[in-house]
Design a protein around this ligand. Sequence first.
Ligand code: R5P
Length: 294
Amino acid sequence: MADVEGLKIAKDYHVGVPFANQEGFYVKGANHLDWGMKKHLSNIFDPKSGNTVMFAFDHGYFMGSTAGLERLDLVIPKLLPNIDVLMGTRGALRTCVSPDCRKAVALRATSGSSMMNDDLSHEVLAVDIEEAVRMNADCLAIQTFIGADGQLSSLDNLSKAVNLGMRYSIPVMGVVAVGKQMERTPRFFKLATRILAELGANIIKTYYCDDFEEVVAACPVPIVVAGGKKLPEKDALTLAYNSIKGGAKGLDMGRNIFQSEHSVEMSAAIRKIVHEGFTDKEAYEFYEDAIHTK
Ligand code: R5P
């Protein structure tokens, strides 16, 4: 391990220079993966826009019943037309999502924490790879806790998932967690996203931050941006727009969709930004029109 004393600050991100190893396949960093991996990645990232709209409804895995997700069986079906990827637990998917919905699946594969604990950073790899194959998962979502007490076990979970994913051609999505005591700085997000990519994650879910373009440039796999706590719709659309403008290849939103009073229209507006190049202003106008004409 390198001596970290006197380490130079990384600064040469070549933000305007496209990723160099991209010939042959459109998903960043996936050029040398096999057919099965590429098939799953193309189920996730639209081959035309290169981007994805993920809908996160995995909150119940540590929060139990969450406001807006009390009835998964009612919430999910109405959002499906605007969603590319369903990010959920196997319990939610198996019980509340019809297998003929033709949407990609990001299977929540870690668990072990709950809102009853102060420290949420200790998890295990809870879904075995045969189960992921049975569910035709397009990626395994692995929560990671860089800088927290559970860092070692979460990176162990991620590494094991990558080993299994490589064996069965199932991509891994490393999810960057932020906690009460954890920093949310560009330095932290650059560190966390790069560590997860170097450990073999094929997709990174993280948060938008200042200098986001540098986070993207330094990460050799696609980044999808997490929604976070509920914002006014206008602000959530600005977050989505800034993320895509900054180089994210999609959004993985939960509360900013399912806690919106107009969740269908909100998901449609997000889709316009992600796949059709709408600005936040255009998307908000679209949202307003949609809610007033329904
Ligand atoms: C992220 O850490 C977990 O996957 C969450 O359950 C989910 O992503 C949260 O989504 P949102 O913050 O957009 O409600």
